[in-house]
Design a binder for this molecule. Structure first.
Ligand code: SF4
Ligand code: MG
Length: 334
């Protein structure tokens, strides 16, 4: 199990210290897909970077625990964390361009990953590399294995990156918009490959996406993020059948048909607040069609839905009166 508990990420911004990710928690089991969804800028990628301990310079993990099979990864030395990255937890980023070594043949880069993380060596590792190229949909893999990255298109580079990450045979994969840049056919092929790997090897997948169409076909659990917080988390079937949070309802009402998959979420009025904004009340209140008088000054906590089995949680005052205790005003000097 990969388990995040009460993750807090702070950013140093011009306006001061910002609670960019606030109270994130999720549990990812082997063989399961946990989808983290939300509009861009809501903190999905920031969460992924925090999990890999790859935050930008102005960010830090202020609190929380990241538990992998009983060990807190936030306590590991950087050297031990490097072994975890790639070997135990793989990550596919949105922007693949920078991660490939331009002066090394793509096959050699995949072989390097195979030799570092699996028992295969030499010719056997090379054959495996060709096999991975084929599985991610690279045409003529026997020839492409000896190509340099600059000879490849952006979409092919993205698939090489996916091949390299999977070739290390990680137990968990964090995939941040893994197929957004790919055309629909290749996208379907990659998603089918990830499903196969779940069945074959029990891959645990944290799928980060703005595309609810992809989520509905893949996910066991769904967490919807808004402005750095999870606002609803539920088994996927419950989430799609009966979403509760006003934001989830607006998004699903606007969900495009399955044949329009890959399109961004339909626009709902207003914009996602920046991660550095400070909030007095519910972060969704300015866009909420069910906002109540006290929503602007009360910060709801994520809480189990009363009439549901545990595991369906919502952060909204329509369902819970659990709220953040506001800081006491500073004592006046005598
Ligand atoms: Fe809307 Fe209020 Fe619920 Fe926030 S707490 S989502 S403003 S109803
Ligand atoms: Mg992102």
């Amino acid at each position: 199990m990969l388990k995040i508990d009460d993750l807090q990420v702070h950013l140093d911004a011009d306006a001061g210290l910002v609670r960019a990710i606030d109270g994130m928690r999720l549990t990812l089991a082997r063989g399961q897909t946990f989808a983290l969804v939300g509009e861009s800028g809501c903190g999905k990628s920031m969460t992924a970077l925090a999990l890999m301990r790859l935050l930008p310079d102005n960010g830090r993990i202020a609190a929380g625990r990241l538990d992998l099979d009983g060990q807190d990864l936030f306590d590991l030395s950087e050297a031990r964390m490097r072994d975890v990255r790639g070997g135990r937890i793989g990550m596919i980023f949105q922007e693949p361009g920078t991660s490939l070594n331009p002066v090394m043949k793509v096959g050699a880069q995949i072989v390097e990953a195979i030799e570092a993380h699996t028992p295969l060596r030499g010719e056997a590792a090379r054959r495996k590399a060709v096999d991975w190229l084929r599985r991610v949909g690279i045409p003529e893999p026997e020839r492409r294995v000896d190509e340099y990255p600059f000879r490849l298109s952006g979409g092919q580079k993205q698939r090489i990156m996916i091949a390299m990450t999977l070739a290390a045979e990680p137990d968990y994969l964090i995939a941040d918009e893994p197929t957004t840049a790919l055309d629909v056919t290749i996208q379907a092929q990659i998603l089918a490959l990830l499903k196969d790997l779940q069945r074959e090897r029990g891959l645990g997948l944290l799928l980060i996406t703005h595309d609810l169409g992809v989520v509905s076909g893949m996910a066991h659990q769904v967490a919807l993020m808004y402005a750095g917080q999870i606002v609803e988390v539920a088994p996927a079937a419950d989430f799609f059948a009966a979403p509760r949070h006003p934001y989830a309802r607006l998004l699903l009402r606007a969900l495009p048909d399955a044949d329009r998959r890959g399109e961004p979420l339909a626009a709902i009025p207003g914009t996602v607040p920046p991660l550095w904004q400070v909030f007095d009340g519910c972060r969704f209140a300015p866009r909420c069609d069910q906002a109540m008088v006290h929503c602007g000054a009360t910060r709801p906590l994520l809480a189990d839905l009363p009439e549901q089995p545990p595991g369906h949680e919502v952060r909204c005052l329509l369902y819970t009166d659990r709220r953040e205790a506001l800081p006491r005003p500073a004592a006046q000097p005598a």
